[in-house]
Design a protein around this ligand. Sequence first.
Ligand SMILES: NC(=O)c1ccc[n+]([C@@H]2O[C@H](COP(=O)([O-])OP(=O)(O)OC[C@H]3O[C@@H](n4cnc5c(N)ncnc54)[C@H](OP(=O)(O)O)[C@@H]3O)[C@@H](O)[C@H]2O)c1
Length: 391
Amino acid sequence: MKTLTILGATGSIGQSTLDIVRHHRDRFAVDVLVANANIMQLAADAREFGARMAVTADEDRLEELRDALAGTGIETAAGEKAVLEGAARPVDMVMAAIVGVAGLKPTLAAVEAGNTVALANKECLVSAGELFMRRADERGVQVVPVDSEHSAIFQCFERHNGARVERITLTASGGPFRERDLQSLHEVTPEEALKHPNWDMGAKVTIDSATLMNKGLELVEAYHLYPVSADQLDAVIHPQSIVHSLVSYVDGSTLAQLGMPDMRTPIACALAWPERIEAPVERLDLVALGRLTFEAIDPQRFPAPSLALAALKRSGNATTILNAANEVAVEAFLQGRLRFTGIVSLVMETLDAAEREGVLGSLSDLDDVWQADSYGRRRARELAPVLQAQV
Ligand SMILES: NC(=O)c1ccc[n+]([C@@H]2O[C@H](COP(=O)([O-])OP(=O)(O)OC[C@H]3O[C@@H](n4cnc5c(N)ncnc54)[C@H](OP(=O)(O)O)[C@@H]3O)[C@@H](O)[C@H]2O)c1
């Protein structure tokens, strides 16, 4: 039996993780489930999977959670401290699937406790990649990627031939607006942007996919997960989302991982690694698919991937600021306070302000991360109305 804690249990990744557990009850035992606002789902899952403990990050919802689990014997707790304690309970694996930089402290708590981490939350590495991976190394903690692209790379990257890797190429679906011209991108509504053609995901990552900021975040993530330089990383559009990423070697070989676009495959891969377990997903039928196509990312319409790579090369805290500004921008777009094209423009403007104001620099500890994160949020909030008024 592998014991499992799920941070972000009620979200898209959390629910897909529980679906894999549902199919392998003999292999996995749920220890702690952590969520935020969706108490009914949290309680239902805690009951169904016989969790030892259910935790909500929101202290005001403790009573609701207690009531929902009354008589079950399942421990309940609430608040940030409880989340960190839940993440630090010794288990075989922690699935880190809280959305946004809110996932950083709990995932680090899991690392500090020596728990193996299945990492879905990409903002951890974008905000604090070097510190996070250093700490995992020092604690001897394995970080198994869950993001489909990084899971693909994980499966294709020959660690013993790391120095013989020439390139890592991430694939991007291109999102719902791949064929839209720049002018019409200004008019995109949240409803349109929330409809992803291939993947069923949470709201934040769906918007990130539509702007291609998701690919930018993933390029940064790949840099921290694999021993390559920023110049060895690139991304291409692959609208069918079948080839999940590729690793190219000096001998001209390129290894790719293929599968249907269903997160339960990389989740099953992470949960069972280094073994393989059955996942209830549609099987790949290349003949039925017929064609797999690839195209370059248009940097005019979709500047986010190159912006993220440039931030990665700029300084330690530039990607922290990029991530914070992006979280603010996505929220403003979803609330109708920012145009779709304003999301990436706001991130750019925030980074430019950071450069002008001498804020860019290295990250030596977590305090530096929080400082850069607060700067990015504050500056993006100030700049958003200015930008919105401009067009
Ligand atoms: N979805 C995908 O296919 C996919 C693929 C690759 C990577 N990822 C990454 O995985 C992460 C999760 O994505 P998602 O799509 O699953 O997000 P999601 O559906 O929005 O779910 C987010 C989860 O985080 C919880 N949460 C939010 N704020 C929290 C806080 N302060 N403390 C504790 N829990 C909190 C939510 O709880 P409540 O629902 O109870 O509020 C929910 O369980 C993101 O970093 C995303 O980039 C997702």
